[in-house]
Design a protein around this ligand. Structure first.
Ligand code: PFF
Length: 457
């Protein structure tokens, strides 16, 4: 057996929670959740999101952290150990392999978008948004993303920061960064949300986000909510499993997972409260989807009196959110190579970061030279998709649901109930049977339905 990664351990429950919330809070919260909520029925979406996250993503999150703490290795070797111990079929090893591969692929494109966020910090600080109009903002954004050289530089900077933190180790790197950055992020976001309440568009924004509008709930809203819940809470890519491997036996996984999911959802809602009032105050388009962050908001920042400050704070916190998530995508891969290759961690972190950067080339070019290149067209599937679309679709709709499904089935059906109850420290607790029911039945059902709807239909 390989040397377990577990000799490294979080120095406190707080450190673990900040790392896990850091993983969960990312581009998914600040960039994606607000526009999904706006487009899919406001309050109705938020309610559906809360219910599906509670019934599906949260039970799997508990299972994933538990798998890490029981396996005490990187996801691949933790699953190898658990499969051997339980004489289970080798198929379950897919949890480790699929998760790690998925984490690597997501890292490759996440770092490109993270690089955009960093670039926008620079633009905000230098006052580049001043007097931005609709057309000019769209033009500036597309001019930037279609210049590969410049995108590379920012992606590289993003990866250098991420690699630097992971290279320093679990306690001296990841932990030190997240205990500082996560509270800071929260305070800045809360400050922005408070500022937003003073703007003219506040009332209209609140109606847009929270009004319970069932007519905007579309048939696929529930699936969008489940998928968003998965990505946002960071399940199924081995990130939480790796963080669980560093977790002491005395920490309650159930309570921690609830904290993580609640903090994640709070940040997503706060992000909406911070963003939409600006959008409405300046009469901009709230349903501009993915362009909301990089095209619509700069127009608002260019118009507000204190736009330089507010805009810089916003893109800084977006970058922080992205970095602390990227760390958790890099760590499972680095932990795995560290178990097999006896080189110092910094060297391994640099190598993995470099490979991820190279793998990100396809994403960088998806917005420029390869915008019309559809790699899967020859196979007759995903025909319209660019390289970036294919990577995003494959990880979100195929790898994550598959790994999430396998995790819920493995912990729900393969591991024995009493062993799991003991390992969770949940003996005699009322929530245990409820959680196990969600894990054995609801979660698999929910995940299979996303899969069928998004992939097969
Ligand atoms: N949860 C992150 C976000 O909302 O942006 C993305 C993510 C990070 C997903 C790590 C999965 C993961 F393992």
């Amino acid at each position: 057996m390989t040397t377990p990664v577990a000799p490294q351990q979080w120095s406190s429950r707080f450190a673990f929670l900040m790392a896990a919330v850091g993983s969960a809070v990312g581009l998914g919260n600040v960039w994606r959740f607000p526009y999904l909520a706006g487009e899919n029925g406001g309050g109705a979406f938020i309610l559906i999101y809360a219910v599906t996250t509670l019934a599906i993503a949260l039970p799997i999150l508990i299972a994933e952290i538990l798998l890490g703490r029981m396996g005490r290795h990187s996801p691949i070797n933790a699953m190898r150990a658990l499969v051997a111990e339980n004489r289970a079929a080798r198929l379950w090893m897919l949890i480790g392999w699929g998760g790690t591969l998925g984490a690597f692929i997501v890292l490759s494109y996440y770092s490109v978008i993270g690089g955009w966020a960093l670039k926008y910090v620079e633009l905000a600080i230098t006052g580049a948004f001043a007097g931005e109009t609709d057309a000019a903002a769209a033009e500036h954004f597309s001019a930037f993303v279609s210049t590969p050289g410049s995108v590379f530089v920012w992606q590289a900077l993003f990866l250098i920061i991420t690699v630097g933190i992971v290279a320093a180790g679990v306690t001296s790197g990841i932990e030190r960064a997240v205990v500082l950055l996560m509270p800071l992020l929260f305070v800045l976001l809360a400050g922005m949300a408070v500022y937003a309440t003073t703007t003219d568009g506040f009332g209209e924004a609140m109606r847009f986000m929270f009004a319970f509008d069932l007519s905007r709930v579309k048939p696929d809203t529930i699936l969008a909510a489940i998928g968003q819940g998965f990505f946002s809470v960071s399940v199924a890519l081995g990130a939480m499993m790796t963080y669980g491997a560093y977790l002491g036996r005395d920490v309650s996984i159930g309570r921690s997972a609830v904290f993580i999911a609640v903090a994640d959802t709070t940040v997503a809602i706060l992000a909406g409260i911070a963003i939409f009032p600006l959008v409405f105050t300046y009469g901009l388009e709230p349903s501009s989807g993915p362009g909301l962050t990089f095209i619509t908001l700069p127009i608002a920042f260019g118009t507000i009196g204190s736009g330089i400050v507010i805009g810089s704070v916003f893109f800084f916190l977006l970058s922080v959110a992205a970095v602390t998530s990227a760390i958790s995508l890099l760590e499972p891969v680095v932990a795995w190579v560290e178990e097999g290759i006896h080189l110092p961690r910094p060297a391994l972190a640099v190598i993995v970061g470099l490979v991820a950067g190279i793998a990100g080339i396809g994403t960088v070019f998806s917005f420029s030279a390869w915008a019309d290149f559809h790699p899967m067209a020859v196979f007759g599937v995903m025909e319209e998709m660019t390289v970036f679309d294919v990577l995003d679709f494959t990880t979100s709709n195929i790898i994550m649901p598959t790994v999430g499904l396998l995790m819920s089935l493995f912990v729900g059906w393969v591991l024995s109930g009493p062993v799991v109850e003991e390992a969770l420290g949940a003996k005699g607790k009322a929530w245990f049977p409820l959680w196990r029911f969600c894990l054995r039945f609801l979660a698999p059902l929910g995940v299979v339905s996303i899969f069928v709807a998004n992939v097969l239909m």
